[in-house]
Design a protein around this ligand. Structure first.
Ligand SMILES: Nc1ncnc2c1ncn2[C@@H]1O[C@H](COP(=O)(O)OP(=O)(O)OP(=O)(O)O)[C@@H](O)[C@H]1O
Ligand SMILES: [Mg+2]
Length: 345
């Protein structure tokens, strides 16, 4: 990732400068593009935010808005066709842009855990699941070694913690022999509990789970935050889940972080028209019998527009919105990129 030259101070800088003890993670001006056969996709554009120790930032936004790309770029795990730049990406006292790859490798897993969006793609289909999970545990942390039945080891303890005691005698099985939800919980167990990271990047960790298991996983993650001060970026499409787990919410649209606000603020007084539309489209937010509300139009090509990416779909769009991108502004406890944000209460 290269450092972007001459970036001007952002709202995130202003917020971090005042925070006590400094943020755990500070991201300023992060942009990522992918080269494809059909041209360039600007997946993430000038994203800035801070995360305090122990804070949970929920990241929402429709499919393709750049949520996963933000997480993979923080881990420096972007594919070869990606180009990334940023003003700064700091984790604790460490400048992640300047870190040598071998040190970055150690940091991944040890201090920053990742729960990938599609658990199957991060697992080898030809290696027993127990063996693969043990790779993510600290050396010497698995007294059971070869992964024998019964799970009387560290891995066994972790899996019991996520309600998977029943699979302990099957850990010599292959990934395809387990359900998506079971695999997801196994990966959560090792990423969040195995090495006790300070930051967990969780990419839709509950999407494949049924409502009961989803509630268990959310409870587990919140408990971890309270017990060990684990900070998290939690990506999901589900605003219901976001409202349960987040301290603060970031809303992404077409690669931009268009609004960040404390969770209560966001639901009580959403400032960006896209945030309002998202909340308005939540099931249960409108009277029974009325058709579900949707956001008219599509996001297609919005990340290439010169002005506000939401302008073509926005019922408040003014002339300026199609021409000039609205910079991030701090209004109350929210940071919002909308020319008309202060007209909304
Ligand atoms: N490896 C890649 N090569 C080319 N384009 C990519 C690649 N990965 C992601 N993109 C593009 O980058 C944009 C952002 O993708 P990303 O996966 O970050 O979105 P997302 O918000 O996580 O979506 P979802 O909710 O569907 O998971 C999309 O337009 C996507 O097509
Ligand atoms: Mg994604």
């Amino acid at each position: 990732m290269r450092r972007s030259p001459g970036r001007s101070p952002t709202a995130a800088d202003a917020a971090s400068a005042g925070s006590e003890g400094g943020p755990l993670l500070s991201v300023a001006g992060l942009s990522v593009s992918f080269r494809t056969r059909t041209g360039e996709t600007r997946a993430v554009r000038d994203v800035s935010f801070d995360l305090a120790p122990g804070e949970i930032l929920g990241l929402v936004g429709e499919s393709g808005s750049g949520k996963s790309t933000v997480l993979t770029s923080l881990m420096r795990m972007l594919p070869g066709n990606a180009t990334a730049s940023a003003g700064h990406v700091r984790f604790g006292g460490t400048d992640l842009l300047a870190l040598r790859e071998d040190r970055m490798r150690r940091l991944r897993g040890d201090r920053i855990g990742l729960i990938p969006q599609r658990p199957m793609t991060s697992l080898s289909p030809t290696t027993p699941i127990g063996r693969q999970l043990r790779w993510h545990l600290p050396a010497g942390g698995d007294a059971g070694g070869g992964g024998g039945p019964g799970g009387g080891d560290r891995l066994g303890e972790l899996l019991r913690e996520v309600g998977l005691g029943a699979v302990l005698d099957r850990l010599d099985g292959y990934p395809f022999e387990f359900s998506g939800g079971q695999l997801q919980r196994m990966l959560i167990a090792v990423a969040a509990l195995g090495r006790r990271p300070e930051l967990l990047l969780a990419d839709e960790p509950t999407t494949t789970l049924d409502a009961t298991v989803q509630a268990q996983v959310i409870r587990l993650l919140l408990e971890l935050r309270d017990r060990v001060g684990l900070a998290m970026i939690f990506v999901t499409h589900d605003l219901g889940v976001i409202s349960q787990i987040s301290d603060r919410v970031g809303v992404m649209y077409a690669g931009r972080l268009v609004e960040t606000a404390p969770v209560r603020e966001l639901f009580a007084a959403p400032r960006h028209p896209y945030t309002r539309a998202l909340i308005g489209a939540m099931p249960g937010r409108h009277p029974r019998g009325e058709p579900l509300r949707t956001i008219p139009g599509t996001v297609g090509g919005a990340n290439l527009l010169p002005g506000c990416p939401f302008a073509p779909r926005c019922d408040m769009a003014a002339d300026a919105c199609g021409v000039e991108h609205p910079g991030a502004r701090v209004i109350g406890a929210s940071t919002v990129s909308c020319h008309r944000a202060d007209e909304v209460v």
